[in-house]
Ligand binder design. Structure first.
Ligand code: IMP
Ligand code: MG
Length: 190
C-alpha cells in the first residue's frame, strides 16, 4: 500500500491521539516484568487474562514469560464494569467464565488498568472462592487515586496517567484497541 492509499480515517484518528507510553517503552518494561515474575512465582503458573482490555498486554506478557523460561497455562475471563462510558458502573458482570479448574493452582490475574479496584477484587474473590492456592495480580497501568475497594497489585508495569487512556487493547466504546501504544484522546479543549 502506498502512503497516498492509506485511508483518510486512519490518519485522522491518530491526529486526535497523544502517545503517552510508546511501544518500545512497553516492550522493555514487559521484559523486565516477566523476569521479575519468573523469579518469584511457581513454575506451574496459570495466567488468567481479564478481558477484554488486557488482551494485548496479556499476549505480550505471556510471550515475554516464555522468553524467560516460563511455560504457563493460559485462560481468560471476560468481565465488564464499564459498558460504553468512561466511568465505572460499580457492578462487575461475568460475560464469559474461565474453563480451567483453578482449585489448588497458582494464578496470575492479568488486567489492563487498576482503577477503583472493583474488577480485580471481584476476579480475585471469584478465583479464591473456587479454591486457588495462590493468587497474584498483574496490571499494565495502575491509577493512583483512592480505590473503592482495597487492592494492591502485586505486579504493575506503569503508573497510569490521570486521564482516560486508550490503545494497547484498551477502548473507548470498542474503538482504539488496535493502537500499538498507550495514548489519550486529544479533544479541542485539550
Ligand atoms: P476498576 O474496576 O475501576 O479497577 O476498573 C478497571 C477496569 O476499567 C479496567 O479493567 C479497564 O478495563 C477499565 N478502565 C479503567 N480505567 C480505564 C481507562 O482509562 N481506559 C480504558 N479502560 C479503563
Ligand atoms: Mg479491563
Amino acid at each position: 500500500m502506498t502512503a497516498s492509499s492509506v485511508p483518510a480515517d486512519a490518519a485522522n484518528t491518530l491526529e486526535n491521539v497523544e502517545v503517552l507510553i510508546s511501544q518500545d517503552t512497553i516492550k522493555t518494561r514487559l521484559d523486565a516484568l516477566a523476569a521479575e515474575i519468573s523469579a518469584a512465582e511457581r513454575q506451574d503458573l496459570l495466567v488468567i487474562a481479564v478481558l477484554k482490555g488486557s488482551f494485548i498486554f496479556a499476549a505480550d506478557l505471556i510471550r515475554a514469560l516464555h522468553k524467560v523460561g516460563l511455560r504457563p497455562e493460559v485462560d481468560f475471563i471476560t468481565l465488564s464494569s464499564y459498558r460504553k462510558s468512561m466511568v465505572s458502573s460499580g457492578t462487575v458482570d461475568i460475560l464469559r467464565d474461565v474453563e480451567v479448574d483453578v482449585a489448588g493452582r497458582s494464578v496470575l490475574l492479568v488486567d489492563d488498568v487498576l482503577d477503583s479496584g472493583r474488577t480485580l477484587a471481584f476476579a480475585k474473590d471469584l478465583i479464591s472462592a473456587r479454591g486457588a492456592e495462590l493468587i497474584k495480580t498483574c496490571v499494565l497501568l495502575e491509577k493512583q487515586k483512592d480505590r473503592a475497594v482495597e487492592l494492591v497489585a502485586d505486579y504493575s508495569a506503569f503508573p497510569c496517567p490521570e486521564t482516560f487512556v486508550i490503545g494497547y487493547g484498551m477502548d473507548l466504546a470498542h474503538r482504539y484497541r488496535e493502537l500499538p501504544f498507550v495514548g489519550r484522546l486529544v479533544t479541542e479543549d485539550g
